[in-house]
Design a protein around this ligand. Structure first.
Ligand code: F6P
Length: 256
């Protein structure tokens, strides 16, 4: 049974690589929409990858969400003498405390016996407070660390699900519907072609930073309900590794 399952998943991985046109994809069994442990399985796969490919003196920027929180739970100390440094990739973006990037960065650091730096910004930020905050030496300092991080770990969400979870205003909800937003990552909303249709103003990593950098970007997102969102992000989004689950993979293959 085990071998059969392994073979089934590797076939899925191969087909998904063709469709999303990426070389590095890992599929874990199950459906994280329905089974909470599947997020932990994706978390385990992510931690295993990090342990095998990343040295202990690295800086990792992480986004928020329940998937990232599950990775934090699975995190454990790295071999080596130097500590990993964990930072949030962007400001709060409307998540519950336990699912905020700050909380997750701190938890990852605790689990990995590393260190962390936090970024406190209200969000969404008005244009004028954004400009004011960007002059604060403490903000500039942490922003440099975030933008210079070696690894970026991030989630993807369904656009409307995320907008509701963030209690987004009616105006913006209307804009997202009009522009047919399908996915969300890093506070950016994308349509089916992977074009940015809206972004939440906050401090931290911007998509432009990612496209120009040598950072290793790891995407972790699963569940049947995220199939369209994953396809949308991967149309144009920067990612060096996707960790997903069987249900998302099967739905992506069916829809494409
Ligand atoms: O809000 C942070 C975030 O990483 C979003 O960018 C992403 O859409 C979402 O969380 C994923 O959350 P979850 O893992 O709970 O589906």
């Amino acid at each position: 049974v085990f071998m059969h399952e392994m073979m089934g998943l590797s076939v899925l991985e191969r087909q998904l690589k063709d469709i999303l046109q990426r070389d590095n994809i890992v599929v874990v069994p199950g459906n994280s929409d329905e089974q909470e442990w599947v997020k932990q399985e994706m978390g385990k796969a992510c931690v295993t990858f990090l342990k095998e490919n990343v040295s202990s003196d690295r800086t990792m920027a992480v986004t928020g969400g329940t998937t990232m929180a599950a990775i934090a739970e699975m995190m454990s100390p790295f071999d080596g003498d130097t500590e990993c440094l964990f930072v949030p990739a962007r400001g709060g973006i409307g998540e519950k405390e336990e699912n905020q990037a700050n909380t997750i960065a701190a938890k990852m650091a605790r689990q990995a016996k590393g260190s962390y730096r936090l970024l406190y910004v209200p969000d969404p930020l008005s244009e004028s407070s954004y400009r004011t905050m960007m002059k604060e030496p403490a903000v500039i300092d942490i922003l440099k660390i975030i933008q210079g991080s070696d690894i970026v770990l991030h989630g993807i969400g369904d656009a409307i699900t995320m907008a509701k979870r963030r209690k987004t205003s009616n105006d913006i909800m209307r804009k997202l519907r009009e522009k047919e937003a399908v996915s969300e990552a890093f506070g950016y909303y994308f349509n089916a072609a992977g074009e940015v249709v809206h972004k939440v103003r906050t401090i931290g990593i911007h998509l432009d930073d990612l496209s120009e950098s040598s950072q290793l970007v790891i995407t972790v997102a699963g569940g049947k309900s995220k199939a369209r969102a994953i396809t949308s992000y991967f149309k144009q989004g920067r990612s060096d590794l996707l960790i997903t689950d069987e249900a998302a993979a099967e739905a992506i293959l069916r829809e494409n």
